[in-house]
Design a protein around this ligand. Structure first.
Ligand code: NAD
Length: 303
């Protein structure tokens, strides 16, 4: 198979001074992309490292938590490299907390960086990419949001917002040649080992975890989603330690009762929840169509 290349393309990667974002920068940069490393700490050092690898890159220290910060990051790409093709929203913060341990300030902080930061970057990039008639946006959600994680309440909430933004933005962006997808990664980074409730301290086990879950394992699927050959939009890919899988939303066919009585639904709770004939739902319109099919199907059975 031919190699996916990014020659002449420009990518912004937020939170890319270290961890998963830096791995994305290395992969896209090594395949010809010009990179904007956005981070509130360490962006310049990261750019020096990329330059040593022969990658063209520029540092940006704006904060996407504010809409003006996000606009400035887009300007850095356009003013330095002439355009913007790819936005990877990777910046994120975490703190392992159950809801009753969490202060209002901590909740706000996590929501602001993860949800508002992603929203602001999507908005600023969307405006630019819409005019251009082309773009690729890759957001970073989390399996904590997709599956639930009791000790990561604020984090899950913020990444759930990222998931929802990805699904809805993908629909409005498609007519303009913009594809929007998300990843739910897991890798041995500062965040994963120090801020997510990871309790292992044995140095040997820590080393093994780093070897088994490298940041470099996350970037190949991101490169596909960033490429002009990306065949999908609105999709969520989970990736860790070399495995990539798609997370999707499905619905059961449900149970139809035109008299909508509590007792009938209680009696048919197993039917409501039955996974038999479940359907994967792509968007709200197709969910409505599925509802119609389900009602008609049961109605004809009852007649
Ligand atoms: N590592 C995992 O297992 C894991 C799991 C699920 C999701 N994620 C997500 O992957 C992304 C990368 O995480 P990581 O594990 O590499 O974390 P990391 O802590 O190693 O790196 C995060 C980077 O984001 C930067 N950052 C924080 N706030 C910022 C802001 N407002 N603007 C710009 N940069 C900012 C930090 O300075 C840091 O360099 C995050 O969105 C994270 O939530 C990671």
């Amino acid at each position: 198979m031919k190699e996916l290349r990014f020659n002449g393309q420009v990518a912004i990667i937020t939170g890319a001074a270290r961890g998963i974002g830096f791995a994305h920068a290395k992969l896209l940069g090594s395949r010809g992309a010009k990179i904007v490393i956005n981070d509130i700490a360490g962006a310049k050092e990261a750019v020096e490292k990329l330059k040593e690898m022969g990658i063209e890159a520029v540092a940006d220290e704006n904060n996407s938590v504010e809409i003006q910060g996000a606009k400035n990051i887009i300007d850095t790409a356009v003013n330095t490299f002439g355009k913007l093709d790819i936005l990877i929203n990777n910046a994120g913060v975490n703190k392992a907390l159950v809801i009753d341990e969490e202060s209002e300030d901590k909740f706000d902080f996590i929501m602001k960086v993860n949800a508002y930061g992603t929203r602001n970057m999507c908005k600023a990039a969307y405006e630019y990419m819409k005019n251009q008639g082309y773009g690729r946006i890759i957001n970073t959600t989390s399996n904590a949001a997709m599956y639930g994680a009791g000790n990561l309440f604020a984090y899950s909430a913020s990444k759930g917002a990222v998931y929802a933004m990805t699904r809805s933005l993908a629909l409005s962006a498609e007519p303009y040649g913009i594809k929007v997808n998300a990843i739910a990664p897991a890798a041995a980074t500062v965040m994963a080992m120090q801020e997510s409730g990871f309790t292992v301290t044995d140095p040997e086990i820590l080393k093994q975890t780093e070897r088994a879950m490298p940041t470099e394992a996350i970037s190949p699927i991101v490169a596909i989603l960033a490429s002009n050959e990306c065949p999908v939009t609105g999709k969520i890919f989970e990736t860790c330690a070399g495995r990539v899988n798609e997370i999707f939303v499905g619905t059961t066919m449900g149970y139809y009762d035109p008299t909508f009585t509590t007792e009938t639904y209680f009696e048919h709770l197993d039917d409501i929840r039955s996974r038999e004939d479940y359907v994967v739902v792509d968007d709200m319109m197709s969910a409505n169509a599925i509802m119609e099919v389900a009602i008609k199907r049961q109605y004809s059975k009852q007649k």
